[in-house]
Design a protein around this ligand. Structure first.
Ligand code: FAD
Ligand code: PHB
Length: 389
């Protein structure tokens, strides 16, 4: 088989890249390890920046998001019992959209089906070959046979545990990593959200987040030690702990119910540079991971796709390779900004085992500054709603 761009991974970055390229007349083949049902069952991000909304709309997948997504013009940070509202609209004139990653992925699959774009699910042993040579290609197993896909470019959109990043020779890669000493226990429940806006809570018992998907679907998280297992947490224990970490007058209104999904995610900051090696370009979690506190993971995957799709389209339609040459540098400049924001909000909002009374005072004054200083609010709002592309 032969194509122009082979895409490894059918998560949001692989699907959106394929969609944008196909609409510009560029051929792709998407190779995914899991089934489509499995990809669609993963509960992950929930907050989309305006730039993400705009790019999805330009890709022809904005219809259902515009009808069913919820625009939010602010969020709350709490410090013990104090509620601090950051008004994004007032601070920087922007908004975010609450619309789940699962829904984004579903919309992209439907749009790709309508274009007849080839996706091969259930592939194994994906290997990338001749990345710096004249015949880049991908081999993989599917239905008991080995296949060879020849291509001009390969987009590594296969997430943190994919094969693409490690196909770049180790001597050429620089990796930066910070692992946090806790994880997030997440629960999805068919209950009305606690509040009309998201609440990020800093509490002596640990961080908590009250988020949502729609008027009858809530998403909650609490900080837990890395040693905790999902089985350690009954629904009752989860609700009690969540309630204890949210200001009491708001927590009174919490509606509880059975969890329909419960999982623990470790928190990590990670960047691998460069994001290009010959014919291979990395996109999204394949190249970088942020802790979810800043709601940046999915949005960064989308900004990578923006730069890469532009570069590939200019190459194929105008024979202009400047965008491809500059891809890694341009994408990384934005990634490092989001790394800083995600790290700083994580540091401000969590209980770290190693923190002492001095560190907790630093958290307190940072939150006080956000509560009282319009400049601090503006900086937070600009970063949260998304820096320009
Ligand atoms: P992925 O979504 O990881 O997609 C990669 C795809 O590649 C997967 O479908 C995978 O099956 C496939 N793949 C992997 N290896 C291979 C292979 N060898 N061959 C073929 N296919 C392969 N972000 C937020 O903003 N908020 C959140 O609350 C949040 N929660 C998260 C919770 C978890 C458990 C995780 C893992 C991530 C979370 N994120 C969150 C981050 C966000 O979901 C990711 O940034 C986003 O999914 C990145 O999209 P992606 O397409 O780059 O990677
Ligand atoms: C979510 O709804 O899953 C969510 C929202 C905001 C975050 C992280 C996760 O910062």
């Amino acid at each position: 088989m032969r194509t122009q761009v082979a895409i490894i991974g059918a998560g949001p970055s692989g699907l959106l890249l394929s969609q944008l390229l196909n609409r510009a007349g560029i051929e792709t083949v998407v190779l995914e390890r899991q089934s489509r049902a499995y990809v669609l069952s993963r509960i992950r991000a929930g907050v989309l920046e305006q730039g993400t909304v705009d790019l999805l709309t330009r890709a022809g997948v904005g219809g259902r998001m515009a009808r069913e997504g919820q625009p939010h013009s602010g969020c709350y940070l709490t410090h013990d019992q104090q509620m601090i509202r950051i008004d994004f609209a007032e601070a920087c004139g922007a908004k975010v959209m609450v619309y789940g990653q699962t829904e984004v992925t579903r919309d992209l699959y439907e749009a790709q089906d309508a274009l007849g774009s080839p996706h091969i699910h259930g592939v194994e042993n994906v290997v990338l070959h001749d990345l710096d040579g004249p015949m880049p290609h991908v081999t993989y197993d599917h239905d008991g046979q080995n296949h060879r896909l020849e291509c001009e470019f390969i987009a590594g959109c296969d997430g943190f545990h994919g094969v693409s990043r490690n196909s770049i020779p180790e001597t050429l890669r620089r990796e930066y990593e910070k692992v946090y000493p806790f994880g997030w226990l997440g629960v999805l429940s068919e209950t009305p959200p606690l509040h009309e806006e998201l609440i990020y809570a800093n509490h002596p018992r640990g961080f908590a987040l009250a988020s949502m998907r729609n008027p009858m679907l809530s998403r909650y998280y609490i900080q837990v030690p890395l040693t905790d297992k999902v089985e350690d947490w009954s629904d009752e224990a989860f609700w009690a702990e969540l309630k204890a970490r949210i200001p009491a007058d708001v927590a009174q209104g919490l509606v509880t119910g059975p969890s329909i999904e419960k999982s623990i995610a470790p928190l990590r900051s990670f960047v691998s540079e460069p994001m290009r090696y010959g014919a291979l370009f990395l996109c999204g979690d394949a190249a970088h991971i942020v802790p979810p506190t800043g709601a940046k993971g999915l949005n960064l995957a989308v900004s990578d796709v923006h730069y890469l799709s532009k570069g590939l389209i200019a190459y194929y339609t105008e024979n202009d390779s400047a965008g491809l040459e500059g891809y890694s540098t341009q994408a990384l400049a934005r990634i490092w900004q989001a790394m800083r924001f995600s790290w700083s909000v994580t540091t401000m909002m969590h209980r770290f085992p190693e923190h002492d009374a001095y560190d907790r005072q630093m958290q307190r004054v940072e939150l006080t500054q956000l509560a009282t200083n319009p400049v601090a609010q503006r900086l937070f709002a600009q970063n949260y709603t998304g820096l320009p592309y």
